[in-house]
Structures are given as C-alpha cells and as structure tokens.
Design a protein around this ligand. Structure first.
Ligand code: ADP
Ligand code: ZN
Length: 296
C-alpha cells in the first residue's frame, strides 16, 4: 500500500499530512513557517517518521514552477525575507528521495475542487482564497494555468469604492490592488478590528463585497470559469457570498446575458465543496500525479 504526503506550505504555517490512496487522512501536524534553516529540517524529520511514497506540495508564492529552470521549486521574491530564494521543493525531494508534485497553494486547491469538490466534472474553475492574502488558482481545460510565472490574481488593480476610507489599500507594491484592499489585514487596518469582529450590518462588508465582486466580474470577463469558488478566512462570513453575487450581476450590467447570470450567479459563485480541505486534498492529488496516478 502506498502512502502520500501532503504539504500545505503557507506563509504563517506548514501543515503536513499523510494520506492513503483513497485520500483518507492518517496523520497530520503543523508547525510555524519560521526560517528555511529550521522549518525544512523539521518537515523532513516528520516525513521520515511518517514515510511516504510521494509528496505533494501546495506552496505560498511566488514560487518557480518551471521544471527546466535552475531554481525550479524555489520560493522566489516573497516579502517573507527569510524565504526569499529558499529551495523548498528540491531540499524536500532530495532528503526524502520520493517523487514530488508542486504547485501554488491556490492551484492545488483548485485542482482538488475540480476533481472532488464544487467544480467536479467541469473543465474550468477559479479558486480564490481571501485570507491573510488573496490568491487565485485557475483551471482551464482541466489543467491549472501556469504562464510566464503563475497568475497573481490577488494583485489585480481595482476601482476604489467611493466610501472606502483606505482606498490605497495595504499592499506594499501596489496602489489599490485586490489583496491590498480586501484581504484580512486590510479589514483590520481600515476598521481597527479583525474581520471576525466586524458586525454583519457594518459598512465594511458593502465595501468588501464590492471589491470581491469586481474580481468576479474581471474573472468572468477574462477567463470565463464555470465556477468561482471563494474560500479562506474572510469568507467564513457566509453572508458575503450572496452580497458578492448580487454586486457581480450588477457590475456585469447585462453584458453576459446567460441563464446563470440572470438567475443570480448562485451556481457560479460558490463556497468550496471540500470546505477547509481543498488545500490538503490538492496536495494529495499532486502527490498521486507525481507517481503517475490520477484522481477521478
Ligand atoms: P491564511 O490566509 O493565513 O492561510 P486564513 O485563510 O484563515 O489564513 O485567513 C486569515 C485571515 O482571515 C486573517 O486576516 C483573519 O483576520 C481573517 N479571518 C479569519 N476568520 C475570519 C472571519 N470569521 N471573518 C472575517 N475574517 C476572518
Ligand atoms: Zn498588490
């Protein structure tokens, strides 16, 4: 029997799991994302104690995903300085001596949602996490999209909401990008309280929904995904999804005249079918693919 390792490599924590061939979770642990010098050996130690035949990694980014690049599998220009140019994937592959599958955290989640979750049976979907940052994994033609590097959907530029007291946002790189305007830290900065403390009737959510609706509009116009799956900590406010659907319909302005839009986008803009497990199941699928197996 084969065992599969799944590493959800996040900017704040690493979540390590061992699963069987059916995707049942056998063991799981997590550790803070400290420095490569301390965290990578700790990951290796855990997987040596819980041996696997293949490892899948869904990584925070930016990460080099070009197999023929000399820095394939390295974290690249992250604002997390200790991890800049860290050889995440090659170090783990060489220490564990198993095939490794690698993609961004959000592409992994999108792969899982397409195989087993809300976009099951579909050829296209967009998975977006709205958490500490905003990232998007795009599946088109059944495959995650990689290009020049990989999509950085969270850094698309938006039109500021006219009542936004923080229209520049908090991204150090951009004025008015989606992540800077709508990820968890922007809620904290704008309203001086974390997202989970902001009441449902607060103006914060009107502005938040507007930004996420602009993103959905842009995604529908740019890629035409059959589902837009919204996950991450901020989306735990489940009244947000209906607000986003309604505003997206409005922003589309009747241009996309199809039944799914006319009926309010209920079928298109949805929460993750796998709940909080999209990431781990995506890494599991990457591990399976690394040894030539496919999942439904
Ligand atoms: P990460 O993005 O680090 O993987 P999460 O997806 O849990 O982790 O996102 C964390 C962010 O989401 C934080 O900024 C936090 O304030 C925000 N958040 C967490 N829970 C909620 C909630 N129930 N409502 C609104 N915001 C939340
Ligand atoms: Zn930005």
């Amino acid at each position: 029997m084969r065992y599969y390792g799944a590493l959800e490599a996040g900017g704040t924590k690493m979540v390590l799991s061992r699963l069987d061939g059916q995707g049942n979770m056998l063991e799981r642990t997590s550790m803070p994302t400290d420095t490569p010098e301390t965290t990578l050996p700790a990951i290796i130690e855990w997987f040596l104690e819980h041996p696997v035949d293949a490892l899948g990694i869904g990584s925070f980014g930016p990460v080099d995903l070009h197999p023929d690049s000399p820095t394939f599998g390295y974290i690249t220009s992250t604002p997390k300085l200790a991890w800049r140019n860290a050889p995440l994937m090659p170090v783990l592959r060489d220490a564990l001596s198993v095939p490794v599958g690698l993609d961004t955290d959000v592409n992994a989640a999108a792969v899982a949602e397409a195989a087993l979750g809300a976009a099951r049976g579909l050829d296209s979907c967009l998975y977006v996490t709205v958490g500490t940052g905003i990232g998007g994994g795009l599946i088109i033609g059944g495959k995650p999209v990689h290009g020049l590097t990989h999509p950085e959907l969270g850094h698309q530029l938006l039109k500021p909401h006219r009542h936004d007291p923080l229209p520049r946002g908090v991204c150090p790189y951009h004025e008015g990008c989606l992540e800077g305007l709508a990820a968890g830290p922007s809620l904290q900065m704008r309203w001086q309280m974390p997202g989970h403390q902001i009441p449902q009737d607060h103006a914060a959510w009107e502005i938040e929904a507007d930004y996420l609706a602009q993103m959905c509009h842009n995604a529908l116009m740019s890629f035409s995904p059959e589902k837009i799956i919204l996950g991450g900590g901020v989306m735990q406010q489940d009244f947000l999804i209906p607000m986003i659907r309604e505003r997206t319909v409005r922003l589309l302005g009747g241009y996309l005249d199809i039944p799914q839009v006319r009926s309010g986008l209920d079928e298109i803009i949805v929460p993750p079918g796998l709940g909080v497990n999209s990431g781990v199941m995506g890494a599991w699928i990457l591990a399976k693919q690394a040894v030539g197996e496919t999942v439904a």
